[in-house]
Write a protein that binds this ligand. Structure first.
Ligand code: CA
Length: 229
């Protein structure tokens, strides 16, 4: 549920805004003081701010400016005077929208919905790409923990995945079974370095065309394993 903070010193207006927004499924909190409103806006998680311009203590201009220094959360400014709207625009405080009192509650709800939808799209498009490791036909998606071998997805257990990823991220380096065991299994784990051998065998069955002649994970006799690039 989206959470909205209203900073408004006129209680009747704040309550009206709250009622309509709650009817539309929003979670709403009210602060009547600019100082507390600002401090909550900066320290708590909200999805949208509705700021009255004239407030006791810190005014709406200042709150808007301070929020914008650290957050991109949508801000709707509310003013009693049309002139103030022009002033806000002129100051370039980074507010997303402006509404003049008196306004119809349904107009307010429509604007809040529109800004939240736009902001969610923006966040969605800014999501970071998954962390990928790609080596000769093997693609490892570390974020989603999925592996493809020549475009075909293969299923790996947690430890198989960790071991394959570790080797693929450190190619051309020889690791002893002891080093791999320490790296992938925690000290408390039941098992020994034979576990490493078993896991290498299972990984090879999934990534190699011919497990007798591995093209990816080579056995360095008497030493350990190496992921060949
Ligand atoms: Ca006011």
């Amino acid at each position: 549920m989206s959470k909205v903070l209203i900073v408004e010193d006129e209680v009747a207006i704040a309550d009206l805004e709250k009622d309509y927004l709650e009817l539309s499924g929003f979670e709403v909190e009210i602060e009547t003081s600019g100082d507390i409103g600002l401090s909550r806006a900066l320290t708590e998680e909200f999805d949208m701010f509705i700021l009255d311009l004239m407030l006791p203590g810190v005014d709406g201009f200042e709150i808007c400016k301070k929020i914008r220094e650290v957050k991109n959360t949508p801000i709707l400014m509310v003013s009693a005077k049309k002139d103030d709207i022009d002033k806000i625009r002129g100051l370039g405080l980074g507010a997303d929208d402006y509404i003049t009192k008196p306004f119809s509650p349904s107009e307010l709800v429509a604007r809040v919905k529109a800004h939240l939808a736009r902001y969610e799209r923006l966040i969605g498009s800014n999501q970071m790409d998954n962390d990928l490791v790609e080596i000769r036909g093997i693609k490892i998606d570390k974020t989603a923990r999925r592996v493809w071998v020549n475009e075909e997805e293969k299923q790996f257990t947690t430890k198989e995945f960790d071991l394959l990823t570790f080797l693929a991220e450190n190619p051309n380096r020889v690791f002893t079974k002891e080093e791999l065991f320490r790296e992938i299994w925690d000290m408390e784990s039941i098992g020994d370095i034979a576990t490493v051998t078993v896991h290498i065998k299972k990984i090879r069955e999934k990534i190699e065309i011919n497990t007798a002649k591995p093209q990816y994970i080579e056995t360095i006799w008497g030493v350990g394993y190496r992921f060949k690039v």
